[in-house]
Write a protein that binds this ligand. Structure first.
Ligand SMILES: Nc1ncnc2c1ncn2[C@@H]1O[C@H](COP(=O)(O)OP(=O)(O)OP(=O)(O)O)[C@@H](O)[C@H]1O
Ligand SMILES: [Mg+2]
Length: 363
């Protein structure tokens, strides 16, 4: 497992003071795939580097696999090579002057007491087989494709058979198709090996598809931690809602809260809306949030009591869907619909937004 308690990192340089990490606490269970998600500069790499021992925290405690590896108060700091950790860096950090074999063997040569040449050969062969690079042993590392280099970096991270592996945006250099294929492969590999993974990314799709749990970071702090489904359906702030997926927002004021009798009501630029997600007292100013895929278009004859009338302003054809900007009430929102249900610009539509898909946010 990995435990981080109240981690702080402050950079004090001639360009000024940067609080890169401002009190981060997380607990990753053994065998869990945990993802840190956040925009560029929010402190993801800094957090990983502290766990690996490549950066010295300003304050806090770090536990890896049951052992305390850093404790600011007690002045304890276990050096990198004595931490039981594999790591894939943001830039791969593959050694270009070495062959594939030597790249993977390198971490094993650090182990004391020394491993025999035969033991090293055996472990390298096993790691290369796992990432499907058997047969490439003698090839110079730069003569691999981007995807193969990524897998080489992975082999190097797992060859030590450490229980904890850290990933810093390992797929960011791959093209879109390969990235999509590698996501699942990588998750399955980590699960198969029973490793505990901390995976850093700014890509929401990676976080949603790979993680058991996601923590969203902003400005050196974790702003929400939950399962992928939970964080997508119940974001706790406008920042999280817009960082994970697309979202329509409108200012609003709560009229009533959901109770046994039915959903709550909130007044907004889109008109009065029924909602079920989120908590705020009547009279409170809130942000109303609706995902584009939750806005359904219904035919005039089938419109129900709560469906809203609107006018299509324009549409974008995306292949598998059409995104239409629709004027409703005094505002606008984007609906994402199946191409067969699309309505031409200028057309009148009826919008159906189930109350379970309407969230009110106070942050
Ligand atoms: N050695 C350093 N000296 C001063 N500031 C630094 C140093 N390293 C990082 N920072 C600053 O700390 C903050 C966090 O950086 P970090 O690299 O952790 O971000 P990140 O979330 O990994 O971003 P990205 O997605 O771009 O990789 C940034 O503002 C960065 O400029
Ligand atoms: Mg980074």
């Amino acid at each position: 497992m990995i435990g981080i308690e109240n981690l702080r990192v402050r950079y004090d340089s001639d360009k000024g003071v940067v609080d890169a990490v401002r009190g981060v606490s997380i607990a990753v269970a053994a065998g869990e795939f945990y993802t840190l998600l956040g925009p560029s500069g929010c402190g993801k790499t800094t957090t990983l580097r502290c766990i690996a021992g490549l950066e010295r925290p300003t304050a806090g405690r770090i536990i890896v696999g049951g052992a305390v590896v850093h404790d600011g108060e007690r002045g304890l700091n276990v050096p990198t090579h004595r931490r039981d950790i594999g790591m894939v860096f943001q830039s791969y950090a593959i050694w270009p002057h070495m062959t594939v074999f030597e790249n993977v063997a390198f971490p094993l040569r650090e182990i004391r007491p020394r491993l025999s040449a035969a033991a090293i050969r055996e472990r390298v062969a096993k790691a290369l087989a796992l990432v499907q690079l058997s047969g490439y042993e003698t090839r110079p590392a730069p003569f691999l494709s981007g995807g193969q280099q990524q897998r080489l970096a992975l082999a190097r991270a797992i060859v030590r058979e450490s229980t904890v592996v850290l990933f810093d945006e390992p797929l960011s250099n791959l093209d879109a198709k390969l990235r999509a294929e590698t996501r699942l492969e990588l998750r399955n590999l980590v699960k198969r090996l029973g490793m505990t993974a901390l995976y850093v990314t700014h890509d929401q799709t990676e976080a949603l598809t790979m993680a058991d749990r996601v923590a969203v970071m902003r400005d050196g702090e974790i702003v929400q931690e939950a399962s992928p489904v939970e964080i997508y359906r119940r974001p706790n702030s406008r920042f999280v809602a817009s960082f994970i997926g697309q979202c329509n927002f409108a200012e609003g004021r709560v009229r009533s809260v959901p109770d046994g009798a039915g959903p709550g009501w909130v007044d907004s630029r889109w008109g009065p809306m029924r909602y079920l997600v989120g908590e705020a007292a009547p009279g409170r100013d809130v942000t109303v949030a609706v995902r584009p895929e939750n806005v359904r278009l219904v035919r005039a004859g089938e419109a129900g009591e709560h469906d809203r009338e609107g006018e299509v302003l324009d549409s974008i054809f995306l292949g598998e869907a059409v995104e239409s900007r629709i004027r409703v009430g005094d505002g606008e929102l984007v609906a994402r619909v199946h191409p067969a249900d699309a309505v031409a610009p200028g057309g009148r539509v009826h919008l159906r937004i189930p109350p379970g898909d309407v969230a009110i946010l106070t942050g």
